[in-house]
Structures are given as C-alpha cells and as structure tokens.
Design a protein around this ligand. Structure first.
Ligand SMILES: [Zn+2]
Length: 122
C-alpha cells in the first residue's frame, strides 16, 4: 500500500492539512488513530488506502483488500467478500469467501446466514 505514504501538496507546494504527519506525532497519540483502520456501525472494518487531493482519506473494506492479496488480483465489482462466520471484523483468510453477488444473495437466504446482514460491495 505505497499510496498511503504518498505526500500530497497543494498548488503552492504546501502540505495539505491533515496529510502530515500522517504516521508520526499527534495522530499516533490520538485514541482514534489505530493504524488507519476504522470500524463502521455495521461491523465492517475499513482501511485507509490513500488520500484524495483535498486530504480526505480514501477507505476501502479491509476484507476486500485481504481477499485481493490472497487472490493476487483485484476483485471485480460483481464479487463479494463474504465472512463465513458472520463476523465482519474477522478478516482471517479462512473466514473470507469470494463469491458472486448472485451466489451471495442465495447464501444469505440460507438459515445459517440469516443472523447477519448481507455483506455489501464497495
Ligand atoms: Zn455474506
């Protein structure tokens, strides 16, 4: 994830506020700073994958990043990363299943997976 270390500057060559120091200083001391990951209300863990030109963080679902690492290729939009045990914060390789959107819908109709809401696409 080399993009996260990219230093962004505005047109005047100044560092964009919020960009630096991205991995040192006050951010490390912040209780909200946990290595660039954030957990949504839904339980999905989002990881920072880069920054927009305005300094806003770009998040992606950590499970999708993990799955792409395992597959060695980017996921297509029709592919869903399903959490086998229903725990969306458990991104262990054996808990991730890459299946199509259609298959995923079918899977969640099964009683086993009714307890957790369908995993979403990006
Ligand atoms: Zn699922």
């Amino acid at each position: 994830m080399s993009t996260t270390k990219e230093v962004k500057r505005n047109k005047k060559g100044q560092f964009i506020r919020g960009q630096l120091p991205w991995n040192t200083g006050m951010r490390m001391c912040s209780p909200q700073w946990n290595g660039g990951e954030t957990t949504q209300n839904s339980g999905r863990v989002m990881a920072i994958v880069g920054y927009k030109d305005n300094g806003q963080a770009i998040y992606r679902e950590r499970s999708r990043i993990r799955a792409e690492e395992i597959l060695g290729r980017p996921l297509i939009s029709d592919e869903i990363v399903h959490h086998v045990d229903g725990d969306k914060s458990n991104d262990a390789p054996d808990n991730l299943a890459v299946i199509t959107f259609t298959e995923h819908n079918r899977l969640h109709k099964n009683w086993l997976y009714r307890k957790h809401r369908p995993c979403k696409r990006d």
